[in-house]
Design a protein around this ligand. Structure first.
Ligand SMILES: Cc1cc2nc3c(=O)[nH]c(=O)nc-3n(C[C@H](O)[C@H](O)[C@H](O)COP(=O)(O)OP(=O)(O)OC[C@H]3O[C@@H](n4cnc5c(N)ncnc54)[C@H](O)[C@@H]3O)c2cc1C
Length: 405
């Protein structure tokens, strides 16, 4: 099998790389890891850069022009995203939910009006979206969602709480899973909404993470009045639409994370060459060399798995449950890789970015802490293994979940 890009695709990649060199934000500093002092500044940087990508014709490559896309191929999109995630992932991060989850869900399941109204404003960076699925009592067990939407003529009244809602404090809209019918089987009583975050009764309370940042929030709904036309699909179709969102979320990781982590491993090799432990460069220590080799192997497994998923997606268009394999292949190795990098730094590993004594501007300290959430967000490792067992390998159902249905 030939994994190389075709000459046309390679020419497109080179064209985009040279566009990117000229169009990164003026204040962008590649040697500084966290370029932004506040979440709001980070959100604005994402939006401005998304606008620049849109104006340059480098966003939503495979979406139709009438929805703000470029009308090109999924392969063009993957080339753009791989380049962005290996060059400036920080500039993309606030848009991950928006782009990987809201866009494909609205495009696949939304009405014509919803597509025309929302997609162009996402593509040009006007709107950031968040995802309101998880609740204090409904994380892995998503069918247990209890936030209620009660129908009143041509609108719904929403009451309840969501939690771990990434970027809710920056978001203009939310893809929201709620219960519209408490009397039927749990997963049949759910509906899916596009919620305007500025509506009266929506309250966002930031939650601080182990990194010290507040990247996600609690969301409270107190008699929030949502028009009927903001429902996606029919009442009761929420479960199926939410699963579609999650499939898209996981498969994006497959196709682009390999490229991003390849850059990470290069950064780790660079760090190991420049850092000494007991007077000897880390890269000469046989134990650390083994860890570097292991990191490289894991990233190559992810990369080639990503290519396999991509070729499936190019054929079938809709991602399937096998996206769970790719999510395991980036989240668990990322924890091992960042832990190994921290170990290589010895006593310096305790120094965060901003200090003159920090190595690579605290990149590994931040990444090590942030990686802790990787095996929980977008489906915990245990749940992904259940999905792979049941839906990819066809093994018998997880009894603990089957009983609750
Ligand atoms: C950084 C981060 C960002 C997030 N962003 C969002 C977001 O934007 N929007 C959103 O809706 N959610 C978000 N989440 C929430 C995330 O989806 C949930 O945390 C996740 O689904 C797990 O749910 P939970 O935390 O309720 O844990 P629980 O479901 O209570 O699970 C606790 C533990 O039990 C295990 N477990 C549960 N059920 C089973 C089972 N059947 N078999 C085996 N083991 C099981 C789990 O694997 C886990 O280890 C985010 C989480 C993190 C960490």
């Amino acid at each position: 099998m030939d994994f190389r890009l075709t000459p046309e695709q390679e020419a497109f990649r080179e064209e985009f790389v040279s566009w990117l060199e000229k169009n990164l934000p003026d204040d962008w500093d590649p040697s500084r890891y966290r370029n932004y002092d506040s979440q709001e500044e980070w959100g604005r940087a994402y939006q401005n850069f998304q606008r620049r990508l849109f104006d340059g014709g480098y966003t939503a490559m495979h979406y139709p022009k009438e929805y703000g896309g470029q009308g090109k191929t999924l392969m063009d999109e993957v080339i753009v995203l791989q380049t962005l995630f290996s060059t400036c992932p920080e500039l993309r991060a606030p848009g991950v939910v928006t782009y990987a989850m809201a866009v494909p869900t609205i495009f696949t399941c939304g009405s014509e009006e919803q597509k025309r109204e929302f997609l162009p404003k996402i593509m040009d960076g006007t709107h950031i979206w968040c995802q309101g699925f998880s609740e204090p009592d409904a994380g892995s067990d998503m069918a247990n969602v209890s936030t209620q939407a009660v129908r009143k003529n041509d609108h719904y009244i929403i009451n309840g709480q969501k939690v771990w809602t990434s970027f809710a404090h920056l978001a203009d809209y939310c893809i929201l899973l709620v219960r519209t019918d408490p009397t039927v089987a749990r997963h049949k009583g759910l509906s899916y909404f596009l919620l305007d975050m500025k509506l009266p009764g929506v309250e966002v309370r930031p939650m601080t993470q182990i990194t010290g940042e507040a990247e996600f929030d609690e969301l409270f709904f107190d008699d929030v009045r949502v028009p009927e036309e903001m429902r996606v699909g029919e009442e009761g179709q929420g479960w199926q639409i939410a699963i579609t969102t999650l499939m898209f979320e996981r498969v994006l990781g497959d196709a682009i994370m390999g490229a991003a982590y390849e850059t990470n491993v290069q950064k780790m090799i660079e760090m190991a060459s420049q850092t000494k432990r007991s007077g000897i460069p880390v890269i000469e220590d046989p134990i650390f060399r083994q860890q570097l080799a292991q990191a490289y192997i894991e990233v190559m497994v992810l990369k080639y798995h990503g290519l396999r998923s991509l070729s499936n997606q190019l054929k079938t268009k809709i991602p399937g449950p096998e996206g769970s394999i790719g999510k395991l292949l980036w989240s668990e190795p990322n924890q091992r890789i960042t832990e190994a990098a921290i170990g290589m730094q010895g006593p310096n590993s305790q120094i965060m970015g901003g200090s003159p004594w920090t190595i690579q501007d605290g990149y590994w300290q931040y990444s090590f802490l942030r990686a802790k959430g990787n095996t929980v967000e977008a489906g915990s490792s245990e749940i992904l293994r259940n999905i792979i067992g049941e839906r990819v390998l066809g093994l018998p159902k997880d009894v603990s979940r089957a009983k609750r249905k």
